[in-house]
Write a protein that binds this ligand. Structure first.
Ligand code: HAS
Length: 550
């Protein structure tokens, strides 16, 4: 259920992704289509794909890794409690979005106001996803007591680190939602401090991207080397990378606020430096995984410096996870480079709020994260149910189709961004409408490229949904078991206690967080202007003024 529901919702999410590029390329020159407004569609696209799919999967995959490696049963009651809380939240938020009462995009920045049920739904989704952490901590402690001298399995370490990051960063967004947004949206308070809300959101928001990424990294470290036919080059490198994420994932949020005048240069500089810090574990990962793949290729008899690449199981349908993972890694090379460009203050002023930004983040969250999630969901389902993959040859082609589509799409978006094309804008009504005075012919090729890429991705996405539900509907062929490929380490370094306990890392994390965020919040407290009233997406006049005029 935790895998199938979000995959079913993907149909809506992917459809609205395609629609975005259709509007933006000027194929549609109107504000809505099929009774759904442009911003309503963009909100559905972002919330379903980036918040719902990712959170459900992280919880489901966490259950799988914890149960598989500790050989302990998660508490069934808590599992269901978490599932129902998350599902209720999704139903509430979906209602608000589909009814057109929450077209506030996935960042839900005020002064755009959503229906209170949207915020409440988001809060329930988050609270539901907290529940398993407490149960996993119990399972881990029991396992540790039984195995005091054994290294914590990398996948367990990664899952716990990821959910600790998630728990800490979501405290800020919980405060934003419960204390600032809901009372304001209910009309109990008249205005809201937009700067405080944005700062709290980004305390959560950048860590959120690593909450998406870490399950994929767990797969790259612990599953991919085995599937590729080799070993993990260094187990210790994986541990170091994971602990660095614990330190640096959260205190970087201000790099999303480089253009916010409330925050001073010193704070921006510090967050900028820490942002370079958070790229380090990804560089470690790039080298470690590349070395693991090189070893796999060499073991398969490759020759020469790059011959290993050709020997990898690119088209082996029995190892289809390889195709999903390598597709994600290839995209992430570009996603990472563009991310580092964003983190530079001066370059950020060129690309901020342009189409470059979705160009960047689609090669991350819709790259390694999306391909890892869908590939692993299919794998886990087929193993647990004992069913064979429906149309296995086609399944192996899907990730490559997705990568081609994504590279074309992101190239179009990034190129457009560099020419000033804005993000989150229905270009078809103005800039891409030849009859409009604002028409920009230089954005025609960029938006057409994005459209072409989106069509290819849409086809790949729909083929995946057919294969996923085709597999669910097929007959059981063997006994279902909980099994995931386990990579051995090539360098199985001896246990280093520092990289096997959480306490010193959590204390360091708290210190860095305080250093990064106390000054940021003091700035916000000092420099914020008057509070903002409630606005809806289709009216530049605040809601209260509209009511007064009526
Ligand atoms: Fe980002 C904005 C900086 C990573 C997602 N980012 C966003 C937004 C999203 C997002 C959704 O500093 C938009 C938010 C919004 O709506 O406003 N980002 C970074 C940096 C990194 C980074 C420095 N981002 C991610 C990841 C995401 C994600 C991961 C999702 C999962 N990002 C920014 C900044 C902004 C931003 C600014 C704000 C901009 C603004 O102005 O609004 C780093 O973590 C990236 C490090 C990555 C690497 C790449 C390592 C490569 C690997 C692949 C190796 C390949 C192999 C295969 C081994 C250094 C691991 C080889 C084998 C063969 C056969 C070829």
């Amino acid at each position: 259920m935790e895998l199938a529901i979000p995959v079913a919702l993907l149909t809506i999410g992917i459809y609205h992704g395609l629609m975005q590029t259709i509007y933006r390329a000027g194929v549609l020159k109107q504000t809505s289509f099929a009774k759904l407004d442009y911003y309503q569609g963009l909100t559905l696209h972002g919330v379903i794909n980036a918040l719902v799919l990712t959170t459900f999967f992280a919880v489901a995959f966490g259950h799988v890794t914890m149960a598989f490696y500790t050989k302990k049963e998660p508490n069934k009651k808590l599992m269901w409690l978490s599932f129902w809380l998350m599902l209720t939240g999704v139903v509430m938020a979906s209602w608000a979005m589909l009814a057109g009462k929450a077209s506030v995009l996935y960042t839900f920045y005020p002064p755009l106001k959503a229906h209170p049920l949207f915020y409440l739904g988001a809060a329930l989704l988050i609270i539901g996803s907290w529940v398993p952490l407490f149960d996993w901590a119990r399972m881990y402690n029991q396992w540790k007591k039984e195995n005091p001298q054994t290294k914590t399995p990398l996948a367990v370490l990664g899952t716990l680190i990821n959910f600790i990051i998630w728990f800490v960063c979501t405290l800020a967004v919980a405060y934003e939602v419960l204390v600032l947004l809901i009372p304001w949206s209910m009309g109990w308070t008249d205005t809201i401090n937009v700067n405080l809300a944005r700062t709290l959101f980004w305390f959560f928001g950048h860590a959120l991207v690593y909450f998406w990424l870490l399950p994929a990294y767990i797969m790259f470290y612990t599953v991919l080397p085995k599937v590729a036919g080799g070993k993990l080059y260094s187990d210790l490198a994986g541990r170091i990378a994971l602990f660095l994420f614990l330190l640096f994932s959260i205190p970087v949020g201000v790099h999303h606020q480089y253009s916010d005048p409330t925050i001073t240069q010193g704070v921006k500089f510090f967050h900028g430096m820490l942002t370079y810090g958070v790229a380090i574990p990804s560089f470690i990962t790039a080298f470690t995984i590349a070395a693991s793949l090189e070893y796999a290729g060499k073991k398969r008899g490759s020759k020469g410096l790059f011959g290993w690449m050709a020997k990898l199981p690119w088209f082996d349908e029995n190892k289809f996870l390889f195709a999903y993972f390598i597709g994600g890694l290839i995209l992430f090379i570009f996603g990472g480079v563009t991310g580092i460009i964003n983190s530079s203050y001066s370059l950020n002023t060129v690309v901020h709020n342009t189409a470059w930004m979705p160009g960047h983040f689609h090669m991350t969250v819709a790259g390694p994260v999306f391909l890892g999630i869908v590939g692993m969901s299919l794998y886990i389902y087929s193993r647990l149910s004992g069913k064979k993959i429906f149309l296995p040859k086609l399944n192996n082609i899907i990730p490559y189709l997705w990568v081609i589509g994504m590279l074309i799409f992101s190239f179009g978006m990034s190129w457009g961004g560099l020419r000033g094309e804005p993000r989150r804008t229905n270009l078809g009504t103005t800039y891409l409408n030849p009859d409009h005075e604002l028409y920009r012919s230089d954005w025609v090729p960029t938006t057409l490229l994005a459209l072409l890429g989106a069509i290819i991705m849409f086809i790949a996405g729909m083929l995946f949904i057919i294969i996923f539900f085709g597999t669910i509907l097929s007959k059981k062929k063997e006994e279902g078991i909980l099994e995931i490929p386990v990579s051995e380490a090539y360098h199985d370094e001896k246990r280093v206690p520092l990289f096997d306990k959480f306490k010193p890392w959590i204390i360091t994390m708290i210190i860095i967080l305080l250093l990064a965020y106390v000054p940021a919040l003091l700035n916000v407290n000092k420099n914020s202007g008057p509070g903002a009233p409630r606005f809806s997406i289709d009216n530049p006049v605040p809601e209260t003024s509209v009511k007064k005029v009526k």
